[in-house]
Design a protein around this ligand. Structure first.
Ligand SMILES: *Cc1c(COP(=O)(O)O)cnc(C)c1O
Length: 332
């Protein structure tokens, strides 16, 4: 109820983690083998895991390097009759181009599930993220802006979908739903103890978010003046970023070829700990390993998985972004 009020969502369901929130939303969609889900490669591995755990096929859409978000212009061409969901991520706590993504979803009849695990209190056109798609999923894990150690939530404006999520997260029973009841579910509930911790943190998160915005605006104004340093651009519809991460690109050509690793070291020595962020997920052996997974081979066949891999490996913008990115993490 408190997170509903904070976000203006119609329904909020507390879950054991952000991963559990995503699993619940995809479970409520009855995602399964043979289905495809569209996601960006520039994200935390959980976004991938929740798809493959259902033996559905993740389909990468390359990033827009200026914003670090999924490239909205490349989404539609990746939709097939098997596409069951669009799973855009609010990476760093900044919204992707929701206008375009929601329009594509509506036109093609594919629901949008927002991975808002980094985006507490972020807003698109004055309304909280997580309330735009069919569902929005949040994490309250210890590294997040709002946390209780481990926890999560699903927001939705659809009462029937809310009931499906409720049932999925508590052994498949409890609330009436329209149409056939799925026969798969789990226990993904948040404990009351963690809920209590979360309530205490909620009293502080709005102030902290405002301060983050002030600091980020100040940083962007200064860093943007340095040739070779390019802060992540916000889309025009972003009325608030959660700034879970402060992200920018480092172009070594402007620094006499000094590699990013040396730049990060120098920043650390100057008392400014920074991270190079995510590696290229689309090349990670953990990820490409689905082409040798016996279950995936049985469901999709070797040829289809080889084609999948060739496409997955073709994310040149993400390759470059993973080489150039620099993050200040939320605890800074
Ligand atoms: C943290 C995170 C998750 C998973 O949340 P957990 O609470 O750690 O399970 C999912 N997606 C993104 C983008 C995240 O940052």
């Amino acid at each position: 109820k408190a997170f509903e009020q904070m976000t203006g969502a119609r329904h909020c369901l507390a879950t054991a983690s952000g991963t559990a929130a995503l699993t619940t939303a995809l479970g409520a969609l009855d995602l399964g083998p043979g289905d495809e889900v569209i996601l960006p490669p520039y994200t935390f591995i959980a976004t991938w895991n929740v798809i493959v755990l259902n033996f559905a096929l993740p389909v990468f859409v390359d990033v827009d390097p200026e914003t670090f978000q999924i490239d909205p212009a490349r989404v539609e061409q990746s939709i097939t009759p098997q596409t069951r969901a669009l799973l855009p991520v609010h990476i760093g706590g900044s919204p992707p181009d929701l206008d375009t993504l929601l329009a594509i979803g509506a036109r093609r009849g594919v629901p949008v599930i927002e991975d808002a695990c980094q985006a507490h209190l972020a807003e698109w056109r004055g309304r909280a993220v997580g309330t735009w798609g069919l569902a929005g999923c949040f994490s309250f894990q210890a590294s997040k802006n709002l946390n209780c150690g481990e926890g999560g939530a699903v927001l939705t404006g659809d009462p029937d979908f809310a009931n499906r999520c409720y049932n999925f997260h508590t052994q498949g029973r409890g609330r009436p739903v329209s149409g056939p009841q799925p026969s798969r579910a789990s226990n993904l509930r948040l404990s009351e103890f963690q809920g209590r911790l979360l309530r205490a943190q909620m009293a502080r998160v709005l102030d902290q978010t405002r301060r983050r915005t002030e600091n980020a605006t100040y940083l962007t104004a200064l860093l943007g003046q340095i040739p070779g340093i390019t802060p992540a651009r916000l889309y025009e519809g972003v009325t608030r970023s959660a700034y879970h991460l402060y992200m920018f690109r480092y172009d070594k050509e402007h620094f006499a070829g000094l590699p990013r690793s040396r730049f990060l070291e120098a920043l650390g020595q100057a008392g400014v700990p920074a991270s190079g962020g995510y590696g290229p997920m689309h090349r990670d052996p953990y990820v490409t390993g689905i082409t040798r997974d016996r279950h995936f081979l049985r469901i999709y066949g070797e040829r289809h998985l080889q084609e999948w891999q060739e496409r997955a490996l073709t994310c040149p913008r993400n390759d470059r972004l993973c080489e150039d990115a620099v993050w200040f993490t939320q605890n800074m």
